[in-house]
Design a protein around this ligand. Sequence first.
Ligand code: PHE
Ligand code: ZN
Length: 867
Amino acid sequence: MRDAETTTVRLSEYTPPAYLIDEIALVFSLEPEATLVAARSHVRCTGDTPAPLVLNGERLELQSIAIDGALLTTDKYELEPGKLIILDPPVQFRLDIVTRISPATNTHLDGLYMSGGRFCTQCEAEGFRAITYMLDRPDVLARYAVRIEANKAAYPTLLSNGNKTESGDMENGRHFAVWVDPHPKPSYLFALCAGKYESIHDAFVTKGGRNVALGIYVDPGDSERARYAMDALKRSMKWDEDTFQREYDLDVFNIVAVRDFNFGAMENKGLNIFNSSLILADAETATDADFEAIEAVVGHEYFHNWTGNRITCRDWFQLCLKEGLTVYREQEFSADQRSRPVQRIKDVKRLRARQFGEDAGPLAHAVRPSSYQKIDNFYTATVYEKGGEVIRMLKRLIGKDAFERGMQLYFERRDGTASTVEDFIGCFEETAGRKLDDFMRWYDQAGTPALKVHGDYDAAAKTYHLTVSQRTAPTPGQTSKHALPIPLQVGFIAPDGAIIAGKAEGDDIARTEHHLVLNDAQRTFRFSGVLEEPIPTVLRGFSAPVTLDQNLTIKQRLAQIAHDPDPFTRWEAGQAIARGVLLGEAPEAAPALAEALGRELDRAQQDPAFAALALRLPDLNELLLAAEDPDPEALHISRETLRRAIASKLRDRLLPIASTPSETPFSPGADAAGRRSLKAAALDLLAALGPELGETFVTVFDGAQSMTEAMAALDALGASGSDKFDAALTRFYERWRANPLVIDKWFAVQAASPRDNALDRAERLRTHAEFNTRNPNRVRALAAAFAMRNPRAFHERDGGGYRFLAALAQDIDPHNPALAARLLTPFESWKRFDASRQAHARAALEHLAALPTLSKNTREMVERTLA
Ligand code: PHE
Ligand code: ZN
């Protein structure tokens, strides 16, 4: 293999750019198969010894290069794989490069490509180099002026970043538009869209009085379904002003929805591009989870305008600087728009489901990794979700006030720059008035710390000693681990629920809640004036992304469920009892758990969304991660057995909830969604009773006035093993066949259904006429739903699930490497299983590794997973 194919990029080898480009003018002459891109850049050398100028470029046809107007002869430059090297450039010059590209045949879905007959771009992380030769790195910030020319009838709308300054007709039925973005930006934030759209428009007046025109552009026929996204956008803009004093900075903010998109959405300056699944929603076609995701992601991309765009990353190792911080901002936004406790529980569930598994396997990496081959493979749960948790811990450790002042200092000081995590943390060192070296370890050390807690009460002395230790297991490339500063939010209650105060060492008053920090491998926290033996909670609000081994008795946990003032703790106590039952540590607790869930139902009307979360047992993936020698089939059976026991006991109370008629008119708000989520949780539990309730589920399905209820009924039909599942699926398909986002759900509900023969069904879906490896949503609806949401089938004993996933990745790799590589993520758990499963997983991965043409993206994933 060529060198360029195997290069590892290292954080320690960062060097500032030898040249900068301050201005760039682009002219696009759009044609599906032969688009011409003329780029005129103003280049200047940053040092005093002129060096060759090395520009990045991929999949480009070079037409011409000129320096200060003079064409360059071929002896003055070299073309290497991925590079254009200009050998002897002046210190400062005008560079004109013309390239030709073919968007219509670009299946990678990065650079400039076509989706549904419309042009669009995706440049993060390194897609701009597939448009023209460029210093394609985030620390090169340029002002962009973009002229787009295209056939007017075929492409009536022409969009790019910034403000539109000019537009008009040309000869031969063509027209043009010029967009100028006054804010210097790195190339990964460039965007262009052109085509026939339907759009909706609104306006937002910023607190400083700027009138911003808002537009959302979607496929013709879809515009009514963009209303919720528009509403979420306006709420995001207001929230960022109120919460972080961040105002929008252009006169236009546009969003374009595309059907073929590798990720969720992209924060291009002034022109966000979204996967249509995260824009389009109405009661009939979108679930409440979809509405929630739309609100969160619209917020997320908007919040990037400050955390990502105004202040960007110096290099891709700093990805968490924008992503972790923006996830944190998005979660806070969602918490403020909906229910804070429910949001927190959902965020923790997601972290545990996606990040803890990553941290525990061969793909474990730090929030700020130290090396990569393809940066596309590092858009991970660790960088995003754990990155968000790190910000939340920072706030806990230095306090709200120092955190808020630190954020403002960061916005002021780093505005307009490409920054590092050290630059960011440095602002908080100033406002908190102390060094944060130990905190930096959260960025550079991989793995989930495991906490052990032990309590000692001295009744005579009225003292309580809480001993907490931490240990992080070795991860690939990091064998020895340091102790991390772990914020603990501690509180005590009595068995009857009374709150027990105590005076912590060094504190002058007794408190009912303690904000402690575990800095060492082990520490004993001493409390005095503790009037009775307490039930301790150490991780209220999930104050740190750690696992906890606390050895509480069932009785103590039941008291927490009933009485702890912290909702996260009340939820977690129920989950912990369930884990104990399911992992065989405390099987005798099953009846008590069923009773406790009955009490949740008693108070469900106060907070249905919370009750719904409480009713859902830990999912199979979580159990597979927690078990010593995980046996997927056995754990599935014990989980179903427990669910059946609970459902039988609560049946008469669950049935009326499951059969509640749909509320009309539909509201996507948190309250109505919470009531629907309780209904869905009831259906889910009742499904454990088996096929006997099939008719009930069909009635719910047929009467459903929202997609949430329809999908919950379909899920129940699937999970219950009912033979009415297929007929319902057929009706669903016939009704929705014209709507691709709904047909994605049709694929996913089947692929995720834990029925016998799930793999056969998945195989059949793969040959279905509507299965399409070119559309990432459709691929994920089958592959990710199967491998991530149906662990019983994915880990099938004979290895069929592993082969299925690997074969799909193999199909997709030649045309979309980034997508293929990410599909393989579920293999991260393979080393935890028995020898026979391991052999099957290894064989599937080695088969991929042996393919001579495997992409760099997928090869990196396969090799890291096997290592
Ligand atoms: N930067 C995007 C986000 O998190 C994610 C993304 C990465 C999208 C790479 C496309 C390509 O907001
Ligand atoms: Zn992001």
